[in-house]
Write a protein that binds this ligand. Sequence first.
Ligand code: Z5A
Length: 217
Amino acid sequence: MADKTPAGRFITLEGGEGAGKSTNLEYIRTQLESAGIPVVVTREPGGTQLSEQIRKLLLDTGNTEMSSDAELLLMFAARAQHLKQFILPALQQGTWVLCDRFTDATYAYQGGGRGIDNERIAILEEWVQQGFQPDITILFDLPVEVGLDRASNRGQLDRFEQEQQLFFERVRAAYLARAEQQPQRFRIIDADQPLDNVQSQLDGVMTQLLSKTGSIE
Ligand code: Z5A
């Protein structure tokens, strides 16, 4: 996929409903910018004009008959465009990319939530990403009921937000399973804490990320 190793770092934020990704994305961006690092912020599904159009289809509550496979393929269609048009060019210019959700969300929602086999997701992942992975993934973990309660203050629910608690329990379990399988890439944040505590945890992750060696191990 990438014709040379990207120079920037690719950081993804993951978690269930109301976990605090959007809130803390700006915090991380500010930390990186203060350290003199060029950074762009983006999201999935979305991030390009075409991918945002696909996002609308995916979140539209009117699309009640969308099959799980169609949903999965649309996620990867949006991702393919996002990678080619936005993420990889930015990384190749040395810009760090901070992305609100990426492929771990597909394993969590379409895999855990909808019940699609991980092996089938992995085929699409390899097809679209050809081995490309985030450098680090920050998983905001919290009990489902706490996240749903936080998110409930928002307006109209989208097609995913209309799912029941059990769906989100499966999503959470799938995220935690992935973090357990790939501890070198994941950093788990206890998101069931006051915001200043969550941001102290993030400071620890950022310090490690920005350490002199540049190592993220
Ligand atoms: N999706 C998928 O199925 N497959 C995929 O491959 C991908 C995505 C990429 C859109 O995602 C949907 O796409 C998503 C999964 C699916 N659907 N769902 N569910 P999205 O990321 O755009 O939407 P979201 O997950 O609904 O985001 P969110 O609910 O807004 O979560 P958040 O960004 O993590 O939360 P937040 O907006 O930062 O915080 C929520 C509220 O809690 C807000 O009022 C904050 O002020 C408050 N908050 C935040 N932190 C705290 C703390 N620490 N204490 C108290 N209150 C807090």
